[in-house]
Design a protein around this ligand. Structure first.
Ligand SMILES: Nc1ncnc2c1ncn2[C@@H]1O[C@H](COP(=O)(O)OP(=O)(O)OP(=O)(O)O)[C@@H](O)[C@H]1O
Ligand SMILES: [Mg+2]
Length: 252
């Protein structure tokens, strides 16, 4: 039987009094790539942020319902720091920490107590290679991360997320500032990674959902309109005609 990594039940999310996710139910399976598509403002990022309680940092947000990770409610624990190590998040706009490239990628393992320089160097190189950034930065590892280009900072964020060895990687429009060739390199890494982790990927690029996803969910107005295996969703067998129209660029 396929293991459920996340079980989301009756999730409702609001900012102040405005509800943006309505009573949403969703299971995410272990080792799948779940792509989430849908027009702007449909609640894709809001849903993703609930998976590692990024919502804790916003006092205006209200979350109700349950989000189970490996069967345990992630909203029950006082401290969500450990959760964010298990569930990594890559946001659409890169946020390089104001430190060197090396310090950025080794920050998480150092915080976790790793002091062995050789091991830290290994983790750094491995994560930077997986994020398709190593070749561009290997000669300037002690340079400031904030001086990298937008696309490079985006890839650094991916490397940093991987340095936590997350069980789940949430990607919110990760390729927004990355050129197509580099995007394909990262996509092939993600394809490899799903053997060991679960990937939840919000994307506005329909072809990316089609290439990378095992299943695709279509969101609209804070609800999941459609959710199915990719061959169904992209083979014209959508449950809701608006999903097909959105994929074909006729709606959204
Ligand atoms: N931090 C916030 N504070 C207040 N309202 C917010 C916040 N984040 C999102 N919203 C609102 O929630 C709704 C859903 O936004 P969300 O960012 O989840 O949509 P999205 O599907 O990711 O859209 P996009 O494709 O444009 O990124 C929008 O109406 C938005 O204005
Ligand atoms: Mg968004």
């Amino acid at each position: 039987m396929i293991k459920k990594k996340f079980e989301i039940k009756n999730l409702t999310v609001g900012y102040n009094k405005k509800t943006v996710i309505h009573d949403l139910n969703l299971d995410i399976y272990q080792n799948e790539v779940l792509a989430i598509i849908g027009p702007a403002n449909s609640g894709k990022s809001s849903l993703l942020r609930c998976l590692n309680r990024m919502t804790d940092f916003n006092t205006e947000v209200n979350v109700s319902g349950t989000v189970l990770l490996d069967g345990e409610n992630i909203y029950e624990d006082e401290d969500s720091t450990f959760l964010r190590r298990r569930v990594g998040m890559v946001s659409p706009l890169p946020v390089g920490l104001p430190m060197t490239i090396k310090e950025n990628v080794t920050y998480a393992p150092r915080m976790a107590g790793c002091k062995d320089q050789r091991e830290l160097d290994f983790i750094m190189e491995d994560c930077l290679k997986k994020a398709a950034l190593w070749d561009e930065v290997k000669d300037r590892l002690n340079g400031l991360a904030t001086k990298l280009s937008g696309g490079q900072q985006q890839r650094l964020t991916i490397a940093r997320a991987l340095s936590h060895h997350p069980e789940v990687l949430c990607l919110d429009e990760f390729s927004i500032a990355i050129d197509p060739v580099t995007t394909m390199k990262i996509e092939s890494v993600l394809h490899e990674l799903k053997k060991s982790i679960t990937i939840v990927m919000v994307t506005n690029v329909i072809s990316q959902a089609k290439r990378l996803g095992d299943r695709t969910a279509m969101m609209l107005n804070g609800k999941i309109l459609d959710l199915d295996q990719n061959d169904k969703i992209f083979g014209g067998h959508t449950k809701d005609s608006r999903t097909k129209d959105y994929i074909e660029g006729l709606f959204g």
